[in-house]
Design a protein around this ligand. Structure first.
Ligand code: 6R9
Length: 648
C-alpha cells in the first residue's frame, strides 16, 4: 500500500477538487445564480440584513456620499446582543447549547442560549451600575473562558464599545491599548491557565495600569488570591449575584460602534480597527452561514482561534451566535495535555465543521499522523482555514488526514479590517484549488491591479476591494487621516488597498501571495516568500519553511530559507540541501533556488501564528534584532542566531 507521503505527493499534481457527491443537494447556498444576483450589491446586502431583527428598519441601504466613510442601513436600529441571544430564546431555542466549553483540565460546561441570556442581562445591569454607558470603551483582557462571551455581549447590549486584547499579549500591550482607546473600565481575570501553569494576570496588570482605569472587573477563575483594590476592583461573580435579572437591550443605531480591535500596521503604533453594529452583524452572520454551510439544528461548529483575534470576534462570537449555532470552545493549547487533544475534542463533540489556521495544521503534520489517527473524525464534513496562505502540502494533509478526503476545505481570505470573509469558495458551488482562496463572495468585488491601478486580468499585483461592503471597518479609532492614508490613498477613495499581493489565474481564482512587504525580488524576478516556501515544504522531509529576501550584491535580493524538518530530526545534510534546491528549481525555476538554507528547530512566530520574517531578515543580514516582544517564544531567535554563527 502506498504510504501517506506517496499519496500526498501524487495529489500534489491534482489542480482542483470538487465538492463530494451529495454535498450540493444539502447545501445552504446551492444555486450559482447568487453570484449574478449579487451584482446589485445594495439589494443583495439589504436582503441579508433582513434576516436580523431590527427595532427600526433602515431608510437607506448605503450612504457612500463621502467616501471612504461608508454608512450602511442608515436610520436602522438594532441590538447585537438581542440578535445573538434573546431572539433564539424567544423562538423556543433557549435550551440549545451555544458553547460546549472545555477547560484545560478536562472540565466540560455546556452553556445554553438561556444561560447566556441570564448572565448577559445580569452583567449588563452590573456594568450599568458601575457607571458604564452607551459609547464608553471597555477593555477586555480575558482568556478562552465563558465569561469572555458574556462580557462582550453585555457591552453590546448596553451599547458600550469593547476593546478586546488577546490574552497572550503582555500587560504592557494591554496598557497601551487602553491608553489609545481611552477605556475607563477593564474586565480581566485573576489568573489564566496555560499548559498546566497559571499566569498571574491581575497581578501583572496591576503593575502597569496605574490609575489609567477607574474600574476593574475581575473574573475569579483560578482563585489564586489576586490582589483587589477597594473601590476600584470588583469580583465578577459578586456583581452578577447582586445584579437585577432583567435588562432591556439598548436599541443601537446601525452605525453606532460595536468594537475596536487593535492590529499591527506597518508602523509601530497598532491600528484601532473600528467596527459598527448593523453592517458588521449582517456581514458575519451571512458569511458564517453561507461559507460554512451551517445548519444550526444539526451542526457542531468549532473555530479553534482565540477570541482575542478578529477570527474569534467574527467566527467564535458574533457570526455563530447570530445564527444560533452550537459551537465548541476550547480553553487550551493544541498540544496540552497531549498532542491529540484537538482530535479528541472533534471525536467527543462530534464536530462537523472545523476552522483553524494553516500554522496549526503544519504543527499537527509535524507531530505526526498517529495523533489524529487515534480518533474517530468521521463527523467532520467541512473544514476551513484562515490567516495566511496555505501551502498545497498542508492543504492536502488537512483534506486527507483530517477530513478523510470527503470534507471540502474553505480557504477564507479576509482581514481584521474587512470584518468578515471576502474571498473563498462557497463549498457547494466552486471547486477548490489547494493554495488558492478562491473567488470574491457574492456582493464583494475584488481585483488585482498594477501599479497604476489598472486591472490585471491574469497575473499578479495589488489586491484591492472595489465596492463598500457592510462589515468593512469604518475608520481607525480617532485616526481618520491615518485611515484614509493607509487604505484609500494609493488608488483613490473608492478603492480599498488591502496590503496583500495576489495573483489572479485564468479561472478568476485569487492566490494570495502575502503581504506586500513579503515579496522578494531576485534578479528582477518577483517572487513571493509563500510561493518558495510552498515549494520547499513539498519535500517530504520538510515540515515548515520561512523564506526571506536577503540583500545580495549580485542579484539585488537572494533567497534565504529557514527550514524545519519533519519528526525529531534537527539538522539536514548537504545532500538534503541539494534536494530542496532542486525541488524549488523544478517547481518554480532555477532563479528561485534558495542561496542559503538554515536548519531551524522552530520559527519565530507571533502569538497568532504568523511567521515574523522581519526578524529573520534582521538575523540573516546580521542586524541588531528589532522588537521581539510579540513573539510567542522569544528563545527561538537566540537558537537561530547560534545556528547562523555556526554556519558562517
Ligand atoms: C482574518 C485574519 C490579515 C492578513 C491578510 C493576509 C493574511 C488572512 C488569509 C491570508 C492568505 C488566507 N491572510 N487570511 N492570506 N490566505 N486565507 O487573519 O485577519 O489578522 O487582520 O490578518 O492575513 O495577509 O492581509 P488579520
Amino acid at each position: 500500500m502506498a504510504t501517506l507521503e506517496d499519496q500526498l505527493e501524487e495529489l500534489l499534481d491534482q489542480e482542483s477538487f470538487s465538492p463530494p457527491d451529495g454535498f450540493k443537494e444539502q447545501a445552504v447556498v446551492a444555486d450559482a445564480a447568487i453570484y449574478d444576483q449579487a451584482e446589485d450589491y445594495e439589494a443583495f446586502w439589504a436582503e441579508r440584513a433582513s434576516s436580523l431583527h431590527w427595532d427600526t428598519k433602515w431608510d437607506q441601504t448605503l450612504d457612500w456620499s463621502n467616501p471612504p466613510f461608508a454608512k450602511w442601513f442608515v436610520g436602522g436600529k438594532l441590538n447585537v446582543a438581542y440578535n445573538c441571544v434573546d431572539r433564539h430564546v424567544e423562538a423556543g431555542n433557549g435550551e440549545r447549547v451555544a458553547y460546549h466549553w472545555l477547560g484545560e483540565e478536562g472540565e466540560q460546561v455546556d452553556i445554553t442560549y438561556a444561560d447566556l441570556h441570564r448572565d448577559i442581562q445580569k452583567f449588563a445591569n452590573a456594568l450599568t451600575e458601575l457607571g458604564v454607558s452607551k459609547g464608553d470603551v471597555v477593555a477586555i483582557y480575558l482568556p478562552m473562558i465563558p465569561e469572555v462571551v458574556v462580557s462582550m455581549l453585555a457591552c453590546a447590549r448596553i451599547g458600550a464599545i469593547h476593546n478586546v486584547v488577546f490574552g497572550g499579549f503582555s500587560a504592557e500591550s494591554v496598557r497601551e491599548r487602553i491608553e489609545f482607546s481611552e477605556a475607563k473600565t477593564l474586565i480581566t481575570v485573576d489568573g489564566a491557565r496555560r499548559k498546566g501553569k497559571t499566569a498571574p494576570i491581575k497581578e501583572t496588570v496591576d503593575e502597569v495600569i496605574g490609575d489609567l482605569v477607574d474600574t476593574i472587573v475581575v473574573v475569579e477563575k483560578t482563585g489564586n488570591g489576586a490582589p483587589m483594590k477597594e473601590g476600584r476592583d470588583y469580583a465578577y461573580e459578586t456583581l452578577l449575584s447582586k445584579a437585577a435579572a432583567e435588562h432591556t437591550p439598548e436599541p443601537m443605531d446601525a452605525e453606532d460602534p460595536l468594537y475596536i480591535l487593535y492590529t499591527s500596521g506597518s508602523t509601530a503604533k497598532p491600528k484601532g480597527i473600528l467596527h459598527t453594529t448593523g453592517g458588521y452583524l449582517t456581514g458575519v452572520a451571512y458569511t458564517h452561514k453561507a461559507v460554512f454551510d451551517l445548519k444550526p439544528e444539526e451542526d457542531v461548529y468549532w473555530c479553534a482561534a482565540d477570541v482575542g483575534w478578529v477570527t474569534g470576534h467574527s467566527y467564535i462570537i458574533y457570526g455563530p451566535l447570530a445564527n444560533g449555532t452550537t459551537s465548541v470552545m476550547w480553553e487550551g493549547a493544541p498540544d496540552y495535555p497531549a498532542k491529540d487533544i484537538w482530535w479528541e475534542i472533534v471525536e467527543r463533540f462530534k464536530v462537523t465543521i472545523m476552522y483553524c489556521a494553516p500554522t496549526a495544521i503544519r504543527a499537527c503534520m509535524k507531530w505526526g499522523v498517529e495523533h489524529p489517527e487515534k480518533h474517530d473524525l468521521s463527523s467532520l464534513r467541512l473544514l476551513g482555514t484562515v490567516g495566511e496562505p496555505i501551502n498545497p502540502k498542508a492543504w492536502l494533509w488537512y483534506w486527507k488526514v483530517i477530513g478523510g478526503g470527503k470534507a471540502p476545505i474553505v480557504d477564507t481570505w479576509w482581514q481584521t479590517e474587512t470584518g468578515a470573509i471576502m474571498i473563498t469558495t462557497l463549498p457547494a458551488l466552486l471547486d477548490t484549488k489547494p493554495g488558492s482562496a478562491g473567488k470574491p463572495l457574492p456582493g464583494i468585488e475584488a481585483a488585482v491591479v498594477d501599479e497604476d491601478g489598472k486591472d490585471v486580468d491574469e497575473g499578479q499585483g495589488y489586491l484591492i476591494l472595489k465596492r463598500p461592503w457592510p462589515a468593512m471597518l469604518r475608520t481607525l479609532y480617532k485616526e481618520d487621516d491615518r485611515f484614509v492614508e493607509t487604505y484609500w490613498a494609493k488608488f483613490g477613495k473608492d478603492t480599498y488597498l488591502v496590503g496583500d499581493a495576489a495573483r489572479k489565474d485564468a479561472d478568476g481564482y485569487f492566490w494570495i501571495i502575502g503581504r506586500i512587504d513579503d515579496v522578494v525580488n531576485v534578479s528582477g524576478h518577483r517572487l513571493s516568500t509563500a510561493e518558495v516556501e510552498s515549494a520547499i515544504v513539498s519535500h517530504p522531509k520538510v515540515a515548515e519553511a520561512a523564506v526571506i529576501g536577503q540583500a545580495d550584491e549580485d542579484t539585488g535580493q537572494a533567497i534565504t530559507a529557514f527550514v524545519t524538518l519533519e519528526g525529531a530530526v534537527d539538522d539536514g545534510d548537504d545532500a538534503l540541501i541539494d534536494e530542496i534546491r532542486e525541488r524549488v528549481a523544478s517547481r518554480i525555476g532555477k532563479f528561485a533556488r534558495p542561496k542559503r538554507i538554515i536548519w531551524a528547530g522552530d520559527l519565530p512566530k507571533t502569538r497568532s501564528g504568523k511567521i515574523m520574517r522581519r526578524l529573520l531578515r534582521d538575523i540573516a543580514e546580521g542586524r541588531e534584532l528589532g522588537d521581539v516582544t510579540t513573539l510567542r517564544d522569544p528563545d527561538v531567535m537566540a537558537q537561530l542566531e547560534g545556528k547562523i554563527k555556526e554556519r558562517d
